[in-house]
Design a protein around this ligand. Structure first.
Ligand code: C5P
Length: 311
């Protein structure tokens, strides 16, 4: 293979609990992630060993240590003779917006380069490399809907969600994830800052699965078929709004349209509303268009799973 194109979707967090600050500086989370139809595109072309070029299109400039380069470095350290590559990244997902664009690019780079170079990488090895690139990267290998724990890198794929329509308002300026987590830490100082050891492993459906805050997933997995909208929340939301009041304004705008639920995605600044179906989402987005609102579908696993490209 000499050339390959992979489309990678964005994500929203339909639920995000922050359990506490860990000794390693990350925060222990429990989150429900869902792939949505906003896309970046990554094109890779084979080049002689030692050649590495990355061009970004879409008006975004990436840091030198970006997720695409980190993916290439991890593959090359495991397979030093793999080869070189010329890469074009076409950005359609707003950056630093809580939509996981950089993480999606890292996952896409892993699967595209592994395939381009014909590397014998096991899926488990790809997942391990993905979690080294960033906390949200493993999710994109699986796509669809996933429950994630630990710092977000321990991913349990779930059955596809109902086909809700999503209205996304990406926000006015970039939002720094570490800054929002720090604001969350500061807000906790008032009470006692919870501290957490890293989770020992993934929760698995079964005995005890429904205990604690993960209860809603159990309900859903056993077949209610609908998300418990009233219980969904994002613990970073207050911190994000405190830092960027326009996030709260966008949320208030969405609330006027009576969504099933509306909240901040990840650390923001994107806010989104869930609606019964795509038609309703399209109508709401049209009324909100001055705020750059877009209607996007929730994606099924088969539409969004990047691992499929590695096969
Ligand atoms: O894992 P990733 O590199 O995407 O995380 C970026 C930053 O976000 C971390 O350096 C950390 O400050 C913060 N973060 C966190 N807890 C998480 C995920 C991210 O504190 N679970």
């Amino acid at each position: 293979m000499t050339r390959m194109v992979v489309r990678c979707p964005a994500k929203v967090n339909l639920h995000l609990e922050v359990l506490g600050l860990r000794p390693d500086g990350y925060h222990e989370v429990r989150t429900l992630l869902a792939a949505v139809g906003l896309w970046d595109e990554l094109e890779v072309e084979a080049a002689p060993p030692g050649v590495w070029e990355l061009r970004v299109e879409g008006g975004v400039s990436l840091p030198a240590d970006n997720t695409v380069w980190r993916a290439a470095k991890l593959l090359l350290s495991a397979f030093p003779d793999a080869g070189g590559a010329r890469v074009v990244l076409r950005k359609g997902i707003p950056a630093a917006a809580g939509l996981g664009g950089g993480s999606a690019d890292g996952a896409a780079a892993l699967v595209a380069l592994a395939k381009l170079w014909g590397l014998p990488v096991e899926p488990g090895q790809l997942v391990a490399m993905a979690s080294e690139i960033g906390s949200d990267v493993p999710f994109f290998l699986f796509g669809g809907a996933c429950w994630a724990t630990g710092r977000g890198e321990q991913v349990l794929p779930l059955p596809d969600l109902p086909r809700y329509g999503v209205v996304v308002i990406p926000g006015q300026e970039p939002v720094s994830t570490p800054a929002v987590y720090r604001a969350w830490d500061e807000a906790q100082q008032e009470s006692a800052l919870p501290s957490f050891e890293p989770a020992p492993g993934l929760p698995r459906p079964g005995a005890g699965w429904h205990e604690g805050e993960g209860f809603f997933l159990y309900d859903w997995l056993v077949g209610k078929g609908e998300l418990p909208f009233a219980k969904l929340r994002n613990d970073l939301q207050a911190a994000a709004i405190a830092l960027f009041p326009w996030i709260g304004e966008n949320l208030a705008l969405l609330a006027r349209f009576s969504p099933l639920t509306a909240m901040v995605s990840g650390s923001g600044g994107t806010v989104f509303g869930l609606f019964r179906d795509e038609g309703e989402a399209v109508r709401v987005a049209a009324e909100l268009s001055p705020r750059q609102a877009v209607a996007v579908p929730l994606l099924r696993r088969e539409e969004s799973q990047l691992l499929a490209h590695a096969e």
